[in-house]
Design a protein around this ligand. Sequence first.
Ligand code: PEP
Ligand code: MN
Length: 396
Amino acid sequence: MSSFAGVGGGRAGQAIVIPSSASRFSGPESSNRGVLFRLRRLADKRILDTRGGCPMLIVMNTQATQEQIDEVCDRIVALGLSAHPMPGATRTAIGITGNIDVVDPQSFEALDGVRELVRVTKPYKLASREMHMDDSTVEVGVQNRIPIGPGTFTVMAGPCSIENEAMTMEIAEYLVSRGVHCLRGGVFKPRTSPYAFQGLEYEGLEILDRVKQRTGVAIVTEVMEPDQVARVDEVADLLQIGTRNMQNFPLLKRVGKAKTPVLLKRGMSATLEEWLMAAEYVLAGGNKQVVLCERGIRTFADHSRNTLDLSVIPPAKQYSHLPIIVDPSHGTGKRAYVHPMALAGLAAGADGLIVEIHPQPDKAMSDGAQTLNFEQFDRLLEDLRRLAEVLGRRIV
Ligand code: PEP
Ligand code: MN
């Protein structure tokens, strides 16, 4: 009996993937896809107990007899596990749950009537709810320990780029006066044009450090290269990975070694699975504090810079325990749309918001068109507070 790569051979932390291509289950085998799908759904609905590990699935041959199926079920039960036979149109599959670590895949594969053994799991293990059922909370900042997670809605705001110290102080003091303790601001800027302002780089980092010392705000700022991480890490309270770097694997591995939490923006054309796999890189590196950020994706729409994909929030919450925030500034590209989409993000279940603000948005050195002024941000905060109250959430 042939086995296939990855089945049953995974060590802890190693991704074991069920091939998602139809080819394995195409043609006469296609009913297996239905069985697999059902098992996954049961796992998703928590009908199957996945606490002891990811559920496993034994796929029987089409000709397997009832005796052979019973024999497999008995072996499963004898190991102290639960068997979940699921007859399909052409073949039966048997789900196994419990502490699947005790299962020797080869001993099952050798049984009469067995076609193959499959681990039903997401390829992102550490990011997955299968591994971590409760919502995670990531705490940001040493002074305030600002939570990002269930029950709260965390507001982060600041300019697209740090431009100078006076303006950064002004924004930080304004935010603190409004009860907002998370300042965003880029010093390494990923710009489409090489001729556009590239950020103040390390000089900007020093500004952020001084503003943080004086006001106590937590700092959210982007890192673009692995070599920047060590120094940025000394100042930042949340290391931002920008949309263009979501699959910069050396960078993901490097921030996986950092002590500071990571804000992982979704790639502008990334699927949810690709995004969670990117998070997995950071988690697998040892940094367990990852916050996802939906910042808009590329679609055919031309009424906005990007399409803020709020519909990704419920599935992200379903499949992952990681907190998720929204960025309606980059998600829309137009300041008039930021306020309604920020409220929609809260209503859709996001755990927070990152928004671009500036004392004079029209003079901003980057992203002015999507940046709110203080008055507009005040109005947004007021509406967020009102909506949060109705939804039983606390703005932090
Ligand atoms: C930003 O936050 O200013 C930024 C460049 O974000 P993104 O990577 O989402 O474009
Ligand atoms: Mn920006």
